[in-house]
Write a protein of this length. Structure first.
Ligand code: PLP
Length: 368
C-alpha cells in the first residue's frame, strides 16, 4: 500500500512530524531489552511533563484512546458505584456506556451539543447525589469542538469528595492542562491528536488516591488486558520487568520522539501556537462568511467546528478538498452529521502553511 501524502486537518489522526515517522523505522529491539526499558522510563517522565504531574502511575497503554477510557472506568469503578457523567457530545455518551457495562449507575448531566459542560448543573447533581464516587467528563469534546472548564469541574468534585475521570484525548498538548494543580485523579489521552504521533497508544495517569481505590477494590477488575495492576509490573522501574504483553516497540519509539519534540518546544509554547493558528483560521473563515458553531470563549483551538454554508454539498466539498488538494477535513459527528465540518489544527498540523492551504482550498471548493 503506497498512500498519498495527505494533509490531515480533521479530528485526528493529525499530520505526523517527519522526525516521528523517521523514529518509527528504526531497528526493532526486544520489548524487554534493557535499552528499550530505559527508553520506556524516559517516555514515562516525558508523559509526566506533558500531563504536568508527578504521578508515578503515568504510562502509555498499548491501545487507542478508547482503551484509555475503558481502562480508567474498569479499574476504578465497581458494580453498584454511582458515577456522575457529563455528556455534551459523543465521547461523554461513551463514558456513560462504559459505566453501565460495569454494572454501575451513571447519573448523566446533559449540556447542549456545541457547548462546554455546564458547571452549575454539575454542582446540582453532586449536591443531589452525595453518594456519587466519581465525576467523569471530557475536557475537549472532539465531536463538537467545545472546551470545558476542567479546573472548575475538578474543584467541584473535590468539594463533594468525588474522584475525577477526565478524557484528555484531544486536549493533551493543545490546550492548558495541569493534572496535579487541578487535582485530576484519572486521565487518559491519545497519541494521534495534538501529540502528532501514530495512532494506537493511550497515555494515562492515575493519582495516588486513584491507585489506592484500585488497590482496595472489593471485586476483581473484569478486564485482564486493561487491569493496570498487571500492566504496572511491566512498566514499573523497580526490580525485574515481567512480561504482560508484547509492547508496540516501534510505535513507542515514535511516541518517545513526539514527546521529545513537545518538550523541546515547551508545553506553554505549544498551547500558544495552537491558539495563534486558530485565530488565523478563524479570521480567514470569517472573511469567507463561514460561521463557528461553538461560542468564542468555549472553542477548542485545535478543533474548529463550523457550519456548512447554505447550498454547499457536505460530501462533495470534502471530496473536492481531498482530490484536488490532498486535504482532509472532518465531517460532522452524531447530532452534527451533515450540518458541520470539523477543521483540526492538531500538533504538527497547527502551522501557517496548513491554515493558508485550508482557507484557499475551501474558498476554491465552495466557488466550484
Ligand atoms: N475521546 C475523545 C474526546 C476522542 O476524540 C476520541 C477519538 O477521537 C476518543 C476518546 C477515542 O480515541 P481512539 O479513537 O484513539 O480510540
Amino acid at each position: 500500500f503506497l498512500p498519498p501524502r495527505r494533509i490531515l486537518m480533521g479530528p485526528g489522526p493529525s499530520d505526523i512530524n517527519p522526525l516521528v515517522l523517521n523514529a518509527l523505522s528504526r531497528p526493532t529491539v526486544g520489548h524487554l531489552d534493557p535499552l528499550f526499558i530505559n527508553m520506556m522510563d524516559e517516555v514515562k517522565s516525558l508523559l509526566q511533563y506533558a500531563f504536568q504531574t508527578k504521578n508515578a502511575f503515568t504510562i502509555a497503554l498499548s491501545a487507542p484512546g478508547s482503551a484509555g477510557m475503558e481502562a480508567c472506568f474498569v479499574n476504578l469503578v465497581e458494580p453498584g458505584d454511582k458515577v456522575i457523567v457529563c455528556r455534551n457530545g459523543v465521547f461523554g455518551d461513551r463514558m456513560k456506556q462504559n459505566v453501565e457495562r460495569i454494572g454501575a449507575q451513571a447519573v448523566v448531566v446533559d449540556s447542549p451539543w456545541g457547548r462546554a459542560v455546564e458547571t452549575e448543573k454539575v454542582a446540582d447533581a453532586l449536591a443531589q447525589h452525595p453518594d456519587a464516587k466519581f465525576l467523569a467528563f471530557v475536557h475537549a469534546e472532539t465531536s463538537t469542538g467545545a472546551l470545558s472548564d476542567a479546573e472548575a469541574l475538578c474543584k467541584l468534585a473535590q468539594q463533594f469528595d468525588c474522584l475525577t475521570i477526565v478524557d484528555a484525548v484531544t486536549s493533551l498538548g493543545g490546550v492548558e492542562l495541569r493534572v496535579d494543580d487541578w487535582g485530576i485523579d484519572a486521565i487518559y489521552s491519545g497519541s494521534q491528536k495534538c501529540l502528532s504521533c501514530v495512532s494506537g497508544l493511550s497515555p494515562i495517569s492515575f493519582s495516588e488516591k486513584a491507585v489506592q481505590v484500585i488497590n482496595n477494590r472489593k471485586t476483581p477488575i473484569q478486564s485482564w488486558f486493561l487491569d493496570q495492576s498487571l500492566v504496572m509490573n511491566y512498566w514499573s522501574g523497580d526490580g525485574k520487568r515481567s512480561y504482560h504483553h508484547t509492547a508496540p516497540v516501534n510505535s513507542l519509539y515514535a511516541l518517545h520522539e513526539a514527546l521529545l519534540q513537545l518538550h523541546k518546544e515547551g508545553l506553554e509554547n505549544s498551547w500558544a501556537r495552537h491558539k495563534a493558528q486558530h485565530k488565523v483560521l478563524a479570521n480567514g473563515l470569517a472573511k469567507l462568511g463561514i460561521e463557528f458553531i461553538v461560542p468564542e470563549e468555549e472553542r477548542l483551538p485545535q478543533l474548529n467546528t463550523i457550519k456548512i454554508p447554505e447550498g454547499a454539498d457536505d460530501a462533495k466539498v470534502r471530496s473536492y478538498l481531498l482530490n484536488h488538494y490532498n486535504l482532509e477535513i472532518g465531517a460532522g459527528l452524531g447530532d452534527f452529521a451533515g450540518n458541520a465540518w470539523r477543521i483540526g489544527l492538531m500538533g504538527y498540523a497547527a502551522r501557517n502553511e496548513n491554515v493558508a492551504l485550508c482557507l484557499t482550498a475551501l474558498e476554491d471548493a465552495l466557488s466550484q
